[in-house]
Structures are given as C-alpha cells and as structure tokens.
Design a protein around this ligand. Structure first.
Ligand code: ADP
Ligand code: MG
Length: 258
C-alpha cells in the first residue's frame, strides 16, 4: 500500500472530525514508529480523546485516514476508492488496538481473571485454559497475582487500572492507547500505574498516552505532542517540547501544568 511508512506502527494523516458545528479535529497528522512512546498533551477540549477514538474507529473521521501497521482502519481501498468495512471487520481490527480508559471500565460482575480472559476467548477464540494461563502471567506482570479471584469493587483504583492494562495486553495489541489513565486516581496511586506503563515502554510496546503527567512524559516519551484547538501545534523529543517550546500556546499550557 502506498500509504505505508516503513517503521510506522500508527499513521494518522490529515484527520478531520466534526460534531455538528464544532470541528474537533482540524487536520491532524501523527506518525508513531513501532516500539515508541508518544505522549499527547493539551488543554481540555483540544481533541485528544477524539483523536484516540478516531484511531480505533470508535469515531468515524470525516476526512483523512488512520493506518495501523500499514492497514487502513475502518476502510479498505479498492479500485482507487475507500469502502467502509463491516462492523465485524472493524471489531477484528480493534482487537489489535488496546484501549485503556480514565475510568478503568472493568466488568463489575466478573472477577479480575474473568475480566482478562473474556476478550481473548470471545474475540480471538483462544482456548479457555490457554487464556487463563496468559492472564495469570499478565497479572504477575502488573503485580496483582494475588487478586485473580477478586472483584473490581474490592480493588483500589490503581489496582483496577493495572487490571485494565493487563486486560488490554491480553489481546496482544499492536498498539496501546491510554486516555488519561491516572486522572481518576488518588495521587498516591498514580505512581503504581505509571510504573506499569514505564515497564511496557522498556519492553518496546508501541503506545500513545494522553496524560497531564509531565514528569512521566519527560522520562518515558520518545515524542511529546502538544495539541490545541484540534491541531497538533508542536511535537518533538520531550526536551525540545517541554523545555524549549517554540509556540506561545505550548508555553502557556506548560506554565499551567508544571
Ligand atoms: P479532550 O480529550 O482534549 O479534552 P475531546 O476530544 O474529548 O477533548 O473533545 C473535544 C471537543 O469535542 C470538546 O469540545 C467536546 O465537547 C467535543 N465532543 C467530543 N465528543 C463529542 C460528541 N460525541 N458530540 C459532540 N461533541 C463532542
Ligand atoms: Mg479527553
């Protein structure tokens, strides 16, 4: 496909999205190389969540496209035209795109282990025993081996978010998207969740993380993207964007959050 950049895991090209009169994304371009971490910063309402939702086709874009590992998301190209994929095919594509939400979104009536094995068994048709083995390994990875049989309500917010990360990893996604994964947590629980994400970064997981945690961005991001008004205003290595921002809007934002 001509749209593929060799090592790009995620490509967002010229993406526009409008809700009624409000143009929320106004031509967003973003390339995320395989194995890299991109942190997205920006004021409330700048379009960060809409961008993440557009990447996994929870929002259909009005213009532009998204590709993951060279594959268009939500569409296929044929005869020079774009054809929308059937819901079933979009769901298949979404299994390759992990999503971690601000509010964890665990199934309250399922145990921790059941939360993790649900998607691999139902969406990927993994045998139950195999899915359970993988889930237990993931729980060990996020430091929650002793919580397999607990219910979400019995866990702290930080523990619930670590389960949500394990659940996302269970589908062996090509990319993990995080939408303010620590914003709903008490301050003392933020670190344990960021530590899990840092560990994933070290092992080469491709990630896009929307967060206001500037220290985390500085330490973990390969690229920091600053969005405002539905556009990428500035992007680059953390030292450039955070310590020497070129745009007044970036400076104004950082002066508020730092
Ligand atoms: P951020 O995550 O940066 O705070 P969002 O992407 O959530 O920003 O929202 C950007 C703008 O789009 C906001 O003004 C929001 O109110 C609006 N918006 C988001 N989703 C919808 C929707 N489904 N319908 C109408 N407006 C929306
Ligand atoms: Mg948001």
């Amino acid at each position: 496909m001509t749209t593929t950049t060799s090592d790009a895991m995620v490509q967002v090209r010229g993406v526009h999205k409008r809700f009624g009169a409000l143009e929320v994304l106004r031509g967003v371009d973003l390339v995320v190389p395989a194995g890299s971490v991109t942190v997205v910063l920006g004021p409330s309402g700048s379009g960060k969540s809409t961008l993440l939702r557009a990447i996994n086709h929870l929002e259909k874009v009005d213009r532009g496209f998204v590709a993951i590992d060279g594959e268009l998301i939500g569409y296929r190209r044929s005869g020079g035209k774009l054809h929308e994929l059937k819901e079933r095919e979009v769901l298949r594509q979404r299994t390759g795109i992990g999503f971690v939400f601000q509010n964890f979104n665990l199934f309250p009536h399922l145990t921790v282990l059941e939360n993790i094995v649900e998607a691999p068994v139902s969406a990927l048709r993994q045998p139950k025993a195999e899915a359970r083995r993988a889930a237990l390994a993931l729980l060990a990875r996020v430091g929650l081996s002793d919580k397999a049989d607990a219910y979400p309500r019995q866990l702290s917010g930080g523990q619930q978010q670590r389960v949500a990360i394990a659940r996302a990893l269970a589908l062996e996604p090509k990319v993990l998207l995080f939408d303010e994964p620590t914003s709903a947590l008490d301050p003392e629980l933020v670190g344990e969740v960021l530590d899990v994400i840092k560990d994933l970064a070290r092992t080469g997981t491709t990630m896009i993380v929307v967060t206001h945690e500037i220290g985390f961005a500085r330490e973990v991001a390969d690229t920091v993207v600053f969005m405002d008004g539905g556009l990428v205003v500035e992007q680059g290595p953390p030292a450039a964007v955070l310590d020497d921002p070129q745009h007044e809007r970036t400076r104004a934002f950082l002066s508020k959050v730092l």
